[in-house]
Write a protein that binds this ligand. Structure first.
Ligand SMILES: Nc1ncnc2c1ncn2[C@@H]1O[C@H](COP(=O)(O)OP(=O)(O)OP(=O)(O)O)[C@@H](O)[C@H]1O
Ligand SMILES: [Mg+2]
Length: 332
């Protein structure tokens, strides 16, 4: 049975600023997320993950120029009218940002903050919104009685759970979680990520989960995309990308983030030497070439595009060493 496409990003470009100071932060990204599936997006700091996340709901600053297509349930977010976009931002897709818990209103009770989008976007009655807020708190593992609490009465992990409850409030089709656990300790991180994974699976919500930690994403998501210098350089089933990456950068990122169990046994984390390039001064050819242990002369001449590394699973990598699998002829 073919899967319904929830999110279809086509040739997305984002450039901050203009002229010589222009920063091409996202450079031609294609991504597809079927309804109810989980896609993890990884890459080092500055590779464009948050720029992509913000672009998906047109939340970028005015200095950013966006081009391409972002089809959410077939509707292009980039050409939507303002009123429609407002509705989509709550009911179609919602975002949990890094450190989002700090954006809770300090002087408003938790229950009222969760109820607010229901009153505004769902036109719920006050009693209906209160009841739904209590239900959402329980879904994220907090007692309904915490609705009466103020943010300072909750721990960081509990506050991040409240943010997840808010993201779920209007029954979105898609949740975009950008580094949702970075500010929390490792044990709480794992709990929260498992919670997000469980909730989206139970409710058939699509998830785009962003992190620099490939191991964490591999445990939570169905597929993984690896970004480098504004492009996706590898994409495929989570187990394959994490366990058997085909791009040298994907391999380096996997080695840099072993699973906690692996660290206790054999696999110690291995750092990647060098730094990602400045997006406004990219090297010629493959952007990873200056740091790549497998670089050859051909890598300097053109930037490789994603090619199929394994046809059956659609595992793709953008590297000259990946031999493209020819498309089967229609008559074959
Ligand atoms: N408002 C902005 N104006 C100009 N450049 C920006 C702006 N926001 C981000 N950038 C640049 O765009 C590039 C991508 O940044 P982005 O925040 O998307 O990376 P990221 O992958 O989310 O990094 P991190 O893991 O640190 O969150 C970086 O070079 C960054 O300096
Ligand atoms: Mg970011």
């Amino acid at each position: 049975m073919s899967e319904v496409t929830l999110l279809d990003v086509r040739d997305l470009h984002v450039v901050y600023g203009t002229g010589e100071a222009a920063v091409p932060a996202v450079r031609g990204i294609d991504l597809r997320l079927p309804a109810g599936r989980k896609l993890g997006l990884a890459g080092e700091s500055g590779c464009g993950k948050s720029t992509l996340a913000l672009a998906l709901l047109r939340l970028l600053p005015r200095t950013a120029r966006i081009s391409g297509q972002i089809l959410l349930d077939g509707e292009d977010v980039l050409t939507m009218r303002w009123g429609r976009l407002r509705a989509v931002r709550w009911a179609g897709a919602s975002v949990v940002f890094q450190g989002a818990m700090h954006s809770l209103n300090a002087v408003q009770r938790i229950g009222d903050q969760i109820a607010e989008p229901l009153l505004v976007h769902r036109r719920a009655t006050a009693a209906g919104a209160r009841a739904r807020a209590a239900e959402l708190l329980e879904q994220v593992g907090l007692p309904a009685s915490r609705a009466a609490a103020f943010p300072h009465e909750l721990s960081g992990g509990q506050r991040q759970r409240v943010m997840i409850a808010m993201a779920l409030a209007c029954d979105p089709r898609l949740i975009i979680a950008d580094e949702p656990t970075t500010a929390l300790d490792v044990m709480i991180q794992a709990q929260i990520l498992r919670l997000i994974g469980q909730l989206v699976s139970d409710q058939d919500i699509g998830l785009l989960m962003i992190s620099h930690d490939l191991a964490v994403l591999a445990d939570t998501c169905d597929r993984l995309a690896v970004m480098y210098a504004g492009r996706v350089v590898e994409e495929g089933p989570a187990g394959q990308v994490y366990g058997a990456a085909r791009h040298p950068y994907g391999r380096a990122l996997s080695a840099a983030f072993p699973r906690i169990g692996d660290m206790r046994s054999r696999r110690a984390p291995r750092g990647l030497p060098g730094d990602p390039p400045d997006p406004s001064a990219l090297p010629a050819g493959c952007a990873f070439r200056p740091r790549c242990p497998d670089a050859v002369e051909a890598c300097a001449s053109a930037e490789p595009v994603l090619a199929e590394a394994e046809a059956l699973t659609g595992h793709r990598a953008a590297c000259v060493h990946v031999v493209p699998v020819p498309c089967p002829s229609p008559r074959a």
